[in-house]
Write a protein of this length. Structure first.
Lengths: 498, 471
């Protein structure tokens, strides 16, 4: 019988070896896959048991905590706290027990400490018994600009609106505001039922507070798109210089026989004004004609050079601003409308800021970004921002031409933004800009979207400090509704950095 | 063996190795105490006081050691320390799970474990040790059990059948109809004891019939097939295990019974055909049952597609929790008291191995599996060494079924094979399983004592008469 017993022993050995192999498989090779299974309670619960990293706004040179994890009294758990919740909500997003958004989502692996780059620290924590900790994410946001933007947007008659401010030379985003917004503290609860209730309220709220209008929604750019049309005209040689006369009848008869009129039926100079005048007066007929002459593909190419027609990750996802291709999109009669920011053109407020930023930076468009650096629990910098060029929108010479054209918009008494962004209202700050008043297709009467894009030009040896894009939905005339908001943000920012 | 010229000189007794056993037992108890301290640190961040339960545990193990020293002085010194380590770690884990969500410890709000679960488990450990002592005192040679072959066979069948006969209110706990519920919270899982009784029956029956089973038969395709009439008992065992499967919805137990019977048949006859027939019958039977009984089919579905559709939150919830717990533990585990094993429903019984996997990690479960493996190996070793065929068969079968039980439950918990609800020996909460495990240890101790002990001395020197060890 012993021979049979030895064979049975072998069978037992095989069973144990199978178990050992399978345990190795489950606990060493499948862990990642199992941890990622939706509804993994342990991974879900673990989020409360460690201190998630803070989010810091560092754009003014000092650290301001805009999101942190604080211990919940009487428990071993932590909960998210947003000191200025609504102001920074479009940036931070929320961190609920079920989902995240904004930076909370985009930088989750660092904030939660699961990023492999943090593994060395967390291994140390494992050995020393210290608790796992997330990394701190430092943002380029300037609290001064962000706070001013929020206050200005909220004080603008309750219109849905958004503003983005960028540092043109780096692409660092200084402010990213959206209104109406929400308080992420309401969502930072461990009580699932309460969260569901708040979530329902936010989702069904007709003013869409969860919508990040600065990067997730597009609006017709209106006349601000004339920056792209002018750039294309000057770059392709269709117009030799800003002082070259351009064809600007009132009205313009389009190839299909329809008429294109100027805002309010205004006469544009003598019908052949220099382009710079057509620009500061924002003549539709001049740029409509230029556009239909150059053709839609040329306009689209230059819009792409300004960062349109593609997604961006800042690292939040930015919906593409578009001059879309579609059936019949090259019809010159339609292109005339595309050239003045109507028809199917649609841009984000971030894109508005990028128009100005490219011009302000000598035509070089920097890739916009929010995260300055990620600092590990041991205060070691794990990742630092490396500014990169998104594209060369125009040559430095054309950029310089556009700068002088945008200067006239706010400094020529006939400029569309002279009253609201001219030197007499900015406290001496030079702001170059372009207004836009876009028919949004909802009601062409008084619900126009107000658009303003502008920058503070650089001085000798100093790059341009800030470029701003504002869109106020249904705000009316761009110069009236949008420009003052940009001015307030620029003043607040320059004051903090003087 | 040659008869020594000076046969009057006392033969040197083989060393008993009881001191070795004591040292290893102390080591095992120390590991248990450290694990308990780790639970305290993990749950509350400070060392717990020395609990009466664990002092009692240590005392019980000393009692077991003294009993072995007195009644089985030549027994294998590894058996008791291995059993003590497993039993102690089981108690520590039950304590840890009992504290989930209680006394300010993290865990689910409502844990279905009683606040006295640890004490109860310790009480059953005491019963187990008492039974160990009783077995050692009463059964001086395992082969005397052969006299009760048919009695124990009948007892085993009755024990097995009782839950099937009882109304659900007196036999069903958590969906398994394998209990006898006496009311007031006291219940017994007779299958655990039936297995031991039937093992004795199988061993007795096979020892007496093994020659005819081994020799008669025709050769077909190189395999010697048994005669049809000799197949009878096999078919009865097979039918009985299928009946258990159907009436008690308990695949695990039926697999254990059938596996035990087939393997003992194989050991007795050394004929591979029995193994082939047995495995074929079991696979065919399981498959037919799966087709006929939705509950059994569901087990296969859960095994193959735990995350498909709504399985993870529905029928596969428990095994999915176990798998995610194992993954959460990873290589080194979360540390005792620091994982979240309480998410797995009924983790303290069938799924306790996943709790160890979560909190001790891969290294911990590999160590546990090696401890189990060592116990099985020591059992098989005793079976090889013991001369008496009945003891050989009984202990060989029981050791194999211990390995099979671990394979079935650990493999089920970790997704290697379809899950079947059986206990993890020594670790799971529950008195029946624990006491039965201690009976098994007692039998192993007794057989290893017989195997390692000195050959029986002739009562008087009769010249040419000599003792020949059977083998």
């Amino acid at each position: 019988m012993n021979r049979a017993l030895l064979r049975i022993s072998l069978a037992c050995l095989v069973m144990f070896v199978l178990l050992l192999i399978n345990m190795n498989y489950v606990q060493a090779f499948e862990t990642g896959k199992l941890a990622a299974e939706p509804g993994n309670i342990r991974v879900f619960d673990e989020q409360f048991t460690y201190q998630r990293g803070s989010i810091i706004a560092n754009g003014d040179g000092t650290d301001l905590k805009i999101a942190e994890s604080v211990p919940v009294k009487g428990t071993d758990t932590y909960q998210r706290y947003y000191p200025d919740g609504p102001v920074y909500a479009p940036v931070t997003g929320y961190d609920t027990i079920y989902s995240t958004s904004g930076i909370e989502q985009a930088e989750n692996s660092y904030l939660s400490g699961t990023n492999p780059k943090l593994a060395v620290h967390n291994l140390g924590a494992l050995l020393t018994g210290k608790q796992k900790q997330g990394a701190t994410v430092e943002l380029t946001i300037s609290p001064a600009a962000q706070q001013a933007a929020y206050t200005a947007l909220a004080g603008d008659g309750g219109h849905p609106a958004a503003l983005v401010a960028i540092s043109p030379s780096t692409g660092a985003i200084l402010a990213l505001a959206s209104y109406p917004t929400f308080d992420p503290n309401q969502l930072a609860t461990q009580d699932g039922a309460k969260l569901d209730k708040v979530d329902q309220q936010l989702l069904t709220n007709p003013s869409q507070p969860l919508l990040n209008r600065a990067i997730s929604e597009t609006y017709p750019p209106g006349s601000s798109f004339k920056i792209v049309t002018s750039s294309a005209a000057l770059s392709t040689g269709a117009v030799a210089s800003p002082n070259t006369p351009v064809y600007a009848p009132s009205p313009l008869t389009l190839p299909n026989g329809n008429l294109l009129v100027n805002d309010g039926g205004e006469i544009c100079g003598d019908g052949m004004p220099p382009m710079i005048q057509a620009f500061w007066m924002s003549c539709n007929t001049a740029f409509g004609h230029l556009g239909s002459t150059m053709g839609a593909p040329t306009l689209r190419r230059y819009s792409s050079q300004f960062g349109m027609n593609r997604s961006l990750f800042i690292p939040l996802h930015v919906v593409p601003s578009v001059l879309p291709e579609g059936s019949g999109w090259t019809d010159p009669s339609l292109t005339a409308f595309s050239a003045i920011g109507q028809y199917n053109d649609a841009v984000t407020p971030l894109q508005e800021a990028m128009f100005s930023a490219a011009i302000a930076n000598g035509g070089k468009l920097m890739y916009p970004y929010l995260v300055q650096q990620v600092v590990g629990p041991g205060l070691a910098v794990i990742q630092g921002a490396k500014p990169s060029v998104l594209s060369q929108a125009v040559s430095p010479a054309v950029a310089s031409d556009l700068q002088s054209m945008m200067y006239e918009v706010t400094h020529n008494t006939g400029g569309t933004a002279y009253q609201t962004a001219g030197p007499q209202v900015t406290g001496g700050i030079t702001i170059d800009g372009k207004t836009g008043t876009a028919q949004n297709g909802i009601d062409n009467g008084n619900l126009n979207d107000a658009v303003f894009t502008c920058f503070v030009p650089g001085t000798a040896g100093q790059p341009s400090p800030i470029a701003v894009g504002v869109i106020v939905q249904g705000g009316g005339f761009g110069a009236d509704a949008a420009a003052p908001i940009a001015v307030q943000v620029i003043r607040a920012y320059l004051q903090a950095h003087s | 063996m040659t008869v020594a010229a000076d046969a009057n000189r006392p033969v040197a007794m083989p060393r008993g190795r009881r001191r070795t056993e004591l040292v290893m037992l102390a080591f095992a108890v120390a590991v248990v105490l450290l694990a308990y301290a780790a639970v305290g640190l993990g749950l509350r961040g400070k060392l717990p006081g020395l609990p009466a339960d664990l002092v009692a545990f240590a005392a019980l193990m000393v009692v077991a050691h003294l009993a072995i020293r007195r009644f089985a002085p030549h027994a294998d010194p590894l058996l008791l320390p291995l059993a003590a380590l497993l039993n102690g770690l089981g108690i520590v884990m039950i304590y840890r799970l009992q504290e989930s969500g209680r006394n300010g410890n993290p865990g689910l709000q409502v844990t279905d474990m009683s606040t006295s679960a640890t004490t109860t488990q310790l009480l059953y450990t005491g019963v187990g040790v008492a039974v160990l002592v009783a077995v050692l005192v009463l059964i001086r040679e395992v082969r005397v059990l052969q006299r009760y072959t048919y009695t124990l066979g009948a007892v085993g069948l009755v024990l097995l059948a009782i839950p099937a006969m009882l109304p659900a209110s007196h036999s069903v706990v958590n969906g398994a109809k394998v209990w006898i519920i006496f009311g007031s919270g006291f219940s017994v899982e007779p299958g655990e004891f039936a297995r031991l009784a039937l093992a004795v029956f199988f061993a007795g029956y096979l020892v007496s019939k093994r020659d005819v089973l081994a020799l008669a038969g025709r050769r077909v395709l190189g395999v010697v097939l048994p005669r049809a009439r000799d197949l009878g008992p096999v078919l009865i065992a097979w039918a009985a295990s299928l009946l258990i499967l159907i009436f008690e919805t308990d695949i695990g137990t039926s697999a254990l019974f059938f596996g035990m019977f087939v393997v003992m048949l194989y050991i007795a006859t050394q004929r591979t055909s029995w193994l082939l027939i047995g495995v074929t019958l079991f696979v065919a039977g399981s498959w037919l049952t799966a087709l006929a009984v939705p509950h059994v089919m569901e087990r296969f579905t859960v095994w193959l597609h735990p995350f498909a559709g709504s399985n993870a939150t529905g029928i596969a919830y428990q095994p999915v929790q176990a798998l995610e717990g194992l993954a959460f533990g990873g290589l080194f585990g979360t540390g005792l008291g620091q994982g979240q094993p309480y998410h797995t429903p009924l983790v303290q019984s069938d799924f306790i191995f996943s709790a160890f996997g979560e909190e001790l990690g891969l290294v911990g479960v590999m160590a546990l599996l090696l401890v189990f493996g060592l116990l099985v190996q020591r059992g098989l070793r005793a079976a090889v060494a013991v001369p008496d065929p009945f003891s050989k068969l009984l202990i060989g079968g029981l050791s194999f079924v211990l390995a099979l039980q671990i394979f079935v439950i650990v493999g089920g918990v970790s997704g290697l094979i379809p899950l079947t609800g059986i206990t993890t020996p020594f670790l799971s909460q529950g008195g029946s399983s624990l006491v039965a495990s201690w009976i098994l240890v007692a039998l192993l101790v007794r057989v290893s004592d017989t195997a390692r002990g000195p050959a029986p001395q002739p009562i008087q020197d009769e010249g040419m008469t000599q003792v020949v060890r059977a083998g």
